[in-house]
Design a protein around this ligand. Structure first.
Ligand code: PLP
Length: 342
């Protein structure tokens, strides 16, 4: 908790355009701290997408609450607000769990459809938590990522758009009460001082050394964001008609944590990724298995076919190299390699 922490929090607050930022030890903790501050626990339902990293639903389960999955849009891969409405209605009718929040993910850097998500959340009086782990720097209808929910959590893991050299995260909010609680929870539920405990918290300080790295990287972040968008544009122009390229809805800016494309089917994906590997081009698959089919959620009784879009996309998606300093030559080589195989 060196002075750099406060300097970074002030700079992030200004950059995002919110009132408060609380840094913490990871993107996972950013979500956990917020749900903890909201008192979410046993008997509560939190609605989220099955097409995300396990951290998103893990924090819900860790607190004893139940993640309820809602299928994704086939073009943006983000949660579908209309299906969210149906899932909340169904949960209320069943009466087993209390709907408390929606945890929407900005997958691959693209913000979810927050206007519609907020409409649904307001209708049922539940909170919106934005999982902005992958989308720091992105924007939706003129506002930066971090502004769209009651709170947003981001990650500074090295592979993220704004990455440090280890783990780190932050929560953004305009809610002063939440801000005060978060500052206490990240240091063991501290009250007046270290030895005054007023609530259950965790140890989730951001290291000052990581903060120093983030301060340096934040100063070139806008430039890097522009470069990432340039790389994405080059990929899309070169690959259109070969594989399904990402669609960015009007009014949105992606932070391009990943540039992901769709093959025709899993067989074609395997051929493409194998052939790219042989040419020295590494690809990754986010995510091979949607969360509702993971062993950890077996007891919830989900089965294949429950979320057909998430399942279809996980069979076909793969991500290409994406970083701000990817050269034109390398991009061309990757595009040519994919084209030659089609
Ligand atoms: C969507 C999503 N949520 C949460 C996290 C967790 O972030 P961290 O690794 O910083 O704990 C990640 C990280 O990969 C993520 O991709």
């Amino acid at each position: 908790m060196g002075p750099e922490i406060h300097e970074l929090e002030k700079k992030l607050t200004d950059y995002v355009g919110v009132r408060y930022t609380v840094t913490c030890a990871s993107g996972t903790d950013a979500l956990l701290l917020t749900l903890l501050a909201w008192g979410i626990g046993k008997g509560d339902a939190v609605f989220t997408t099955p097409f995300t990293f396990i951290a998103t639903s893990e924090v819900i389960s860790l607190l004893g609450a139940t993640p309820i999955f809602v299928d994704i849009d086939p073009e943006t891969y983000n949660i579908v607000p209309e299906l969210l409405d149906i899932a909340i209605k169904k949960t209320i009718k069943e009466g087993k769990w209390n709907p408390k929040a929606v945890l929407a993910v900005d997958l691959f850097g693209l913000p979810a459809d927050y206007d519609k998500i907020k409409q649904v959340a307001t209708k049922y009086n539940i909170k919106v938590l934005e999982d902005a782990a992958q989308s720091f720097g992105g924007a939706y209808k003129g506002s930066r990522v971090g502004n769209f929910g009651d709170a947003a959590g981001t990650s500074f893991f090295p592979a993220k758009p704004l990455g440090c050299y280890g783990d780190g995260g932050a929560v953004f909010t305009n809610d002063s009460q939440l801000y005060e609680k978060l500052k206490s929870i990240r240091v063991h539920g501290q009250g007046m001082n270290n030895y005054d405990s007023i609530r259950i918290g965790v140890n989730s300080r951001l290291d000052t050394i990581q903060t120093a790295i983030l301060l340096a990287k934040l100063s070139v972040f806008d430039e890097e964001l522009e470069l990432r968008n340039e790389v994405a544009k080059r990929y899309t122009n070169g690959l259109e008609g070969t594989v399904v390229t990402p669609r960015i809805p009007e009014g949105c800016l992606s932070a391009w944590a990943q540039y992901s494309v769709l093959a025709k089917d899993s067989k074609e994906r395997e051929q493409l990724t194998m052939n790219l590997k042989e040419k020295g081009i590494r690809t990754a698959i986010y995510y091979q298995k949607p969360l509702h089919l993971q062993q950890v959620y077996k007891e919830m009784g989900y089965k294949k076919g429950d979320f057909i879009v998430a399942e279809d996309i996980s069979n076909r998606i793969f991500s290409l190299p994406m970083y701000p300093y990817l050269s034109d030559d390398k991009i061309k080589r990757i595009i040519d390699a994919i084209k030659s195989l089609k």
